[in-house]
Write a protein that binds this ligand. Structure first.
Ligand code: PRX
Length: 642
């Protein structure tokens, strides 16, 4: 994270007076939250429609499981859709949807309400009742968002599975959640071609006891296998259903969704989020961090609904604020590298939120591509998912943001549910590469083992007090919840985020990345042990060790070291290709190792622990540091020679 600030670069970029004058969030927010944080959060919750008012803001008596807005009831979908129609905004476009092949649809809030109501009626007719789980394995099409909202409307708990995951990953998640319904599509568009999707579901749910139905949207017109009685077409089931549906209110702590994310072991964690607190913070952060003006802004978050960013900043945050937003189905280079900028021009996008890895990809493609477009509508830029290096930050501001748009570098996690650390765009003088300041109401700190670090020092990133959108547990494994997040600082009662961070001399926070065995590849969280277990699942592999090595474009790249079983012939490239493919099939193409080395031995400590630090040195081509704790330092010569 070192950056030499040349004299031609300002150290920080204050908001323009014009931006500051119109901003939703002013510095008063910090003071209000500081004075009385529970009263502050109550004020944010009051931006929502509650059917029954809550009696208590926070009940922390069962820590670390929080209850927020105790006794209150609300309907999350009503807050995201019906409320705006009731306010006379039914004709406002909620979603400008852009399909990858070039088809598009504008969906108003009234139309969205009718679609969500149809889906809610259809799901009810299938016998689903509040508390049941529904798996959603779909590309970025409107029906995916409609499905999530219909679940929320009925009190069903959705578990969205990224459509890039393999059938094995789907099965694991469907089983863990005990999903009764799986919603998918026949196929998905990828770079101009349809790729099958339902086939993966067929494989995944074969023999899955909990699954009663598979609901299929016809997206690509591809041939699919069909299981009579189990499989249902969306157009036969949802489309003909009644567009009228009255939403029922649920308890503030009713489970809203489970979203699986990688931990430090092979088994993904089902992160559980509930309703009132989650929606309060998703809505509050979206309004203040992105400075949303519902009458004039066209907001675009380029994430996928398979990740938490899609949940909080495509579905629940923007829709609760009555935003008009762009949702794009495909990849940024389909049909060519101009796609995002064509979309910005077509819809007049004003707020653009993406990941650093994509910014770096745009840099690689060259500024002549965005320069060929009128991007002058853009007034705010956001970054999420990994540290953004200062060079990419400056490029983003200058080339995409016309040298004036503030950049909000937002730090948060699947577990935190919503943004925790970020500049406020009308208040903060932004600094390239730093996420800077905990949001009003958020008690994030950098600490050593016992206390906050001094300015200029590094340490662990912790959250000292509960926050409304915090996870309420790991689905089916509350011991793992306590152990993963609350055992490191058990005495202090702090939440440990798993990230390292540094406080600079001004007190601004720089997120340094994970301090555990979780890699961050293009903003995707992948655990080293998940990839290792995929590799040892191959009959040729005896042992595997995986590390994240720094990578110019993707942040980190996966590098795997593999020992073969006795008697297996090392066929070199052919075997390497096969092993990489094994990981892609077992987890997802995003987990495919960038490099894979077949080695005779792995470096281990005397207690038998693989020394990943040393493997990372090898992977990054560095000189080896201290190898004195190794059983046999010569192992390295063998690894390097292989
Ligand atoms: O390491 C941090 C990194 O992404 C992790 C969370 O990943 P996930 O749960 O998949 O959520 C990603 C989208 C919110 C964090 O522990 N991370 C996220 N945002 C930033 C970041 N690292 C640095 N700067 C950020 N802005």
């Amino acid at each position: 994270m070192t950056d030499t600030v040349s004299p031609s670069h300002p150290v920080s970029y204050p908001p323009s007076p014009e931006f500051a004058a119109q901003a939703n969030a002013t510095a008063d927010l910090y003071a209000a939250a500081e004075k009385d944080s529970l009263a502050f959060w109550a004020e944010q919750a009051d931006r929502l429609h509650w059917e029954t008012p809550y009696q208590e803001v926070l009940d922390w008596s069962d820590a670390p499981v929080a209850k927020w807005f105790v006794g209150g009831t609300l309907n999350v979908a009503y807050n995201c859709v019906d409320r705006h129609v009731a306010d006379g905004r039914g004709d406002q476009v909620a979603i400008h949807w852009e399909g990858e092949p070039g088809d598009s649809r504008d969906i108003t809030y009234s139309e969205l309400l009718a679609d969500v109501s149809r889906a809610a009626n259809a799901f009810t007719a299938l016998g689903l009742v509040a508390g049941d789980r529904v798996a959603i394995y779909m590309p970025m099409i409107p029906e995916a968002i409609v499905s999530m909202l219909a679940c929320a409307r009925l009190g069903l708990t959705h578990g969205v599975i990224f459509a890039g995951f393999s059938s094995a990953a789907v099965r694991q998640r469907v089983d863990d959640a005990g999903a009764r319904l799986v919603i998918t599509t026949d196929g998905q568009w990828r770079r101009g071609k349809p790729a099958p999707l339902k086939a993966a579901v067929d494989e995944a749910v074969d023999g899955a006891e909990s699954v009663e139905h598979v609901l299929v949207v016809n997206r690509t017109g591809s041939d699919v296998d069909w299981v009579e009685g189990r499989d249902l077409w969306w157009h036969d089931t949802v489309t003909p259903a009644s567009p009228e549906h009255t939403a029922e209110a649920f308890d503030s702590e009713h489970p809203l969704f489970i979203l699986y994310t990688s931990g430090t072991t092979g088994k993904p964690k089902g992160i559980l989020h509930t309703s009132g607190g989650y929606l309060t913070q998703a809505s509050y952060t979206h309004y203040n961090v992105f400075d949303l003006k519902r009458d004039t802004d066209v907001y675009w978050c380029t994430a996928d609904i398979g990740w938490i960013t899609g949940h909080s900043y495509i579905v629940y945050g923007p829709l609760s604020n009555g935003a008009t937003q762009v949702v794009y189905e495909g990849t940024p280079n389909s049909p060519d590298e101009h796609r995002h900028w064509n979309i910005v021009e077509k819809y007049g996008v004003t707020i653009y939120y993406t990941a650093p890895t994509l910014v770096r990809t745009f840099m690689k493609w060259g500024r002549q591509i965005p320069d060929a477009h009128d991007l002058s509508t853009i007034r705010l830029l956001g970054s999420v998912g990994e540290p953004i290096n200062p060079e990419a930050w400056r490029w983003y501001r200058e080339v995409i943001g016309g040298n004036s748009a503030p950049i909000v570098d937002t730090w948060w996690q699947t577990e935190t549910g919503a943004i925790m650390i970020s500049p406020l765009p009308g208040v903060t003088a932004t600094k390239p590469g730093s996420a800077q300041t905990p949001l009003p109401g958020i008690a994030a700190r950098v600490v050593d083992e016992t206390k906050p670090v001094e300015l200029g020092e590094s340490g662990f990133l912790v959250i000292e007090k509960p926050w409304p959108s915090m996870l309420r547990g790991i689905w089916g494994d509350m011991d793992r919840y306590r152990d993963t997040y609350w055992s490191h600082f058990a005495e202090q009662g702090w939440y440990f985020a798993g990230d390292g961070a540094r406080l600079d001399e001004d007190g601004d926070l720089w997120v340094l990345g994970r301090v555990d065995d979780v890699m961050n590849v293009s903003g995707h969280r992948i655990s080293t042990s998940e990839v290792e277990s995929a590799l040892v699942g191959h009959p040729a592999v005896a042992e595997a060790a995986v590390v994240g090595a720094s990578d110019e474009t993707t942040g980190q790249g996966i590098v795997a070291f593999v020992i073969l079983r006795e008697g297996v012939e090392n066929t070199g490239e052919a075997l390497i290709k096969e092993l990489k493919a094994q990981v892609a099939t077992d987890i997802s193409p995003i987990a495919r190792p960038r490099d894979l080395k077949i080695v005779p031995e792995l470096p281990k400590t005397r207690s038998g622990k693989i020394m990943r630090r040393l493997l990372r040195d090898v992977a990054e081509g560095r000189d080896l540091g201290d190898t004195s704790s190794l059983v046999d330092p010569k192992v390295f010569e063998a690894i390097r020679g292989s």
